[in-house]
Design a protein around this ligand. Sequence first.
Ligand SMILES: *Cc1c(COP(=O)(O)O)cnc(C)c1O
Ligand code: SF4
Length: 450
Amino acid sequence: MITNGHSDFSVQNYKPYTLRNFREIPQMEKLSEEEKFAIEVVGSVLPFKANNYVIDELIDWDNAPDDPIFILTFPVKELLKDEHFNTMADLIRSGASKNEIKAKANEIRLQLNPNPAGQMDHNVPQYHKEKLEGIQHKYRETALFFPSQGQTCHAYCSFCFRWPQFVGMKDYRFATREIEKLIGYLRENPQVTDVLITGGDPMVMKAEILEQYINPLLEADLPNLQNIRIGSKSLSYWPYKYVTDRDANKTLNLFRKVVDSGIHLAFMAHFNHPVEQETAIVKKAIQNIQQTGAVIRTQSPLLYKINDHPDIWAKMWQQQVQMGIIPYYMFVVRNTGAQHFYGIPLERAWHIFREAYQQTSGLGRTVRGPSMSAHPGKVQILGVEEIHGEKVFVLRLIQGRNPDWVDRPFFAEYNPDAIWLDDLKPAFGRSKFFFEKDLKKSQSNKVRSV
Ligand SMILES: *Cc1c(COP(=O)(O)O)cnc(C)c1O
Ligand code: SF4
């Protein structure tokens, strides 16, 4: 048994705040009525949820609404384009009914590219002629699994690229209770070595539920299964999960069980800002997870106003290495939801990455980025260079829909405003990127937009 020694930390009751009750948050008195109304307007379109830990321990309210963690969780006006904001604001002011607001919200949502990177159409595998709705399989080695009870989070990030599943756009949800189908799929696909359990946040599940997914996976004794990854923001949004929550010990023991069975447990933690990894409780949670033998790796998108400075990333990576955590990915924010607000020009993203990377010892240089999770794969911006008088972006695929595409340098015309792969054209007068030839004809006109 694991003992947490959690006597230093008192038990905390999780209290969520949503559109319905955010005005009850005592710290709200620091905001103007206009700012509160903006939360209501934007929160009617994009998901909004905060909780008592984020509010009391992470946000610096003297700095709100410019505080990075405030922006991370509370919707600010600029998240919506002016026209969308004004339409919704007028509707709410006119006293429109819930249904009218919902209908308009859905109309706006459809204009925010709710399904980037072809997630719905291209990555859902088949098993015995049936579409496996709770599974995505894009890269040869790794299958994503979306347990149905893990499709929410302890709080919502305002940049979230999975936002449609939190606002009730049912068609955009992936979920299955059917771990048996996943096991069947893994048996028939021995090339899959990794299962990535994701959400939402699978760590919102109580240990008893998580066990119902993990135990069968272990008992199946799949020869190909080497690594179980859990993608989670819980260390940032609810670290009590691993220290004082009622199921903390049970959760940690489940982690240990995975490790003891000979499978590597990779805890893929989302940290967007150093503040999230500096509280006493998160440090304890990190230690507790590490004591199970699980290894924590980290990833985050690069976000305007939250972490768009190299020193922030350098600090984050340095602290992580010191805590025995492995920096893993820096992402470019996806082309969905509030990309127009959060997006950062690719050239600037590369500068930020490079200047942060230079500030870490080799131990932190396990991180890769900036990386765009686009339709062909994970595209890394290696830099901007001038080749025979033509200024170009140098790129490569870290992951590819086709494994043979990985790690070949390729070039795009320089475009100072580009914020996503869609904005790039092949350099040197070529009509296509090398990987576009292989993609099916039916997709070829869409390839750079998804
Ligand atoms: C990022 C990602 C993975 C995991 O890729 P790694 O480079 O192995 O971490 C798997 N599937 C999808 C769809 C992804 O976007
Ligand atoms: S934790 Fe992940 S899935 Fe949850 S809101 Fe944030 S980005 Fe979205």
